[in-house]
Design a protein around this ligand. Structure first.
Ligand code: NAD
Length: 295
C-alpha cells in the first residue's frame, strides 16, 4: 500500500482525551456532567448498534447519555410530542437531543427533526444551524462533515486552493462538507465540486480531485482509475456486504475499493476505523458545546 492511512480511530481517541478533561471542568463548575438524550425508534439492528457506540463513547469521556426508546408503531405526533417533552427537560436535563435516523417510513422525519430546538441540535440538522454554517459562522456542524474536515486538518492535508470533489449531496454529509471546504480558514478555502446520482462523467470529475470524498452508500463505487495519483481519499460510506469467511457471514466496507485505490492515492481512510469514530467524537464535542452554551 502506497497511501498513508487516515486513521480516524486513533484521532478520535486523542479527541476523547481532550474532551474528557473539558467535560470534567464543566462538571466541576456546573455540578453535573453534560447530558445527551438519544431517541431510538424501533428495533433496527444497525441503528441500535450506532446508538450503543455513541452511548459508550459518551461514557468514556464522562458525558451522561440516556437512550429513550419508542416503539416502531409510534406515529409522527407521538415522536414530535416525545421530542418536545425532552426539550422541556422532562426526562432530566437534555443539553443535546439526537433522533437516530432513519425513522420508520410512516414517520414524517422532517417534522420530528424540526421539533429539536436549534440550541440542543447536536446533529446540526436544524435549519438555523444549517443557515449559520452556510453563513460561515458555524455553531453545531453535522458530525460526519466536521469529522472529515478534522481528519484532513489533523493529517496536514492542504485544502486551500485545492480541488475537493464530494460524491453525495445529502443534508447530513455532502452539503455541509461542501460548505466547510468552501469556507474560509483551516480545512477550507478549497474549490468544491459536488457530484450526485445525476452527475455525468463522475470518473472524469473525480480524477481532477486533490481531495476526494465518497458519501454514497455503494460498495466499490470509487476505483483506482477514478483517483488522481497522490490525492487524499476519504471514504464515508458504510455498507454491509456478504463475506462467507467472516464469523457473522458479513463485513463492513465503504464506497471506495480500498486495496486498489491505496496504491494510487496519497492518503486514504479505512472502513471501519476511519470517518465513523470521528463522527462519534464530533457528536461528543457538540454535546459539550450545547451544555456550555446553555450555561
Ligand atoms: P444519502 O442516501 O442521503 O445520499 C447518498 C448520495 O449519493 C445522494 O446525494 C445521491 O445523489 C448520491 N448517489 C447515489 N448514487 C450515486 C452514484 N451512482 N453516483 C454518484 N452519486 C450517487 O446518504 P448519506 O446519509 O449521505 O450517507 C451516505 C453513505 O455514508 C451511506 O453509506 C451511509 O451509511 C454513510 N454514512 C456514514 C457515516 C459515518 O459516520 N461514517 C455517517 C453518515 C452516513
Amino acid at each position: 500500500m502506497k497511501a498513508r492511512l487516515l486513521d480516524g480511530k486513533a484521532l478520535a481517541g486523542r479527541i476523547e482525551d481532550t474532551l474528557r478533561d473539558e467535560v470534567q471542568t464543566f462538571a466541576k463548575m456546573v455540578g453535573r456532567p453534560p447530558r445527551l438524550v438519544v431517541v431510538l425508534v424501533g428495533e433496527m439492528a444497525a441503528s441500535a448498534s450506532y446508538v450503543k457506540s455513541k452511548a459508550a463513547a459518551a461514557a468514556r469521556v464522562g458525558i451522561d447519555a440516556e437512550v429513550v426508546r419508542a416503539p416502531v408503531t409510534a406515529d409522527t405526533e407521538q415522536l414530535v410530542g416525545l421530542v418536545e417533552a425532552l426539550s422541556r427537560d422532562e426526562h432530566g436535563p437534555a443539553d443535546g437531543i439526537l433522533v437516530q435516523l432513519p425513522l420508520p417510513t410512516h414517520i414524517d422525519t422532517q417534522r420530528v427533526l424540526d421539533a429539536v430546538p436549534a440550541e440542543r441540535d447536536v446533529d446540526g440538522f436544524h435549519p438555523e444551524n444549517a443557515g449559520l454554517l452556510s453563513q460561515g459562522r458555524p455553531r453545531f456542524v453535522p458530525c460526519t462533515a466536521a469529522g472529515v474536515q478534522r481528519m484532513l486538518i489533523d493529517a496536514g492535508v492542504e485544502t486551500a486552493g485545492k480541488h475537493a470533489v464530494i460524491i453525495g449531496r445529502s443534508d447530513i454529509v455532502g452539503k455541509p462538507l461542501a460548505l466547510l471546504f468552501a469556507g474560509r480558514g483551516k480545512g477550507g478555502d478549497a474549490t468544491v465540486t459536488i457530484c450526485h446520482s445525476r452527475s455525468e462523467d463522475l470518473a472524469g470529475i473525480c480524477r481532477k480531485a486533490d481531495i476526494l470524498v465518497a458519501a454514497v452508500g455503494k460498495p466499490g463505487l470509487v476505483t483506482a482509475g477514478m483517483v488522481k495519483p497522490g490525492a487524499a481519499v476519504v471514504d464515508v460510506g458504510i455498507n454491509r456486504v456478504a463475506d462467507p469467511s467472516a464469523a457473522s457471514g458479513s463485513r463492513l466496507v465503504g464506497d471506495v475499493d480500498f486495496a486498489s485505490v491505496a496504491e494510487v492515492a496519497g492518503w486514504i481512510s479505512p472502513v471501519p476505523g476511519g470517518v465513523g469514530p470521528l463522527t462519534v467524537a464530533m457528536l461528543l464535542a457538540n454535546t459539550l458545546l450545547a451544555a456550555e452554551l446553555r450555561m
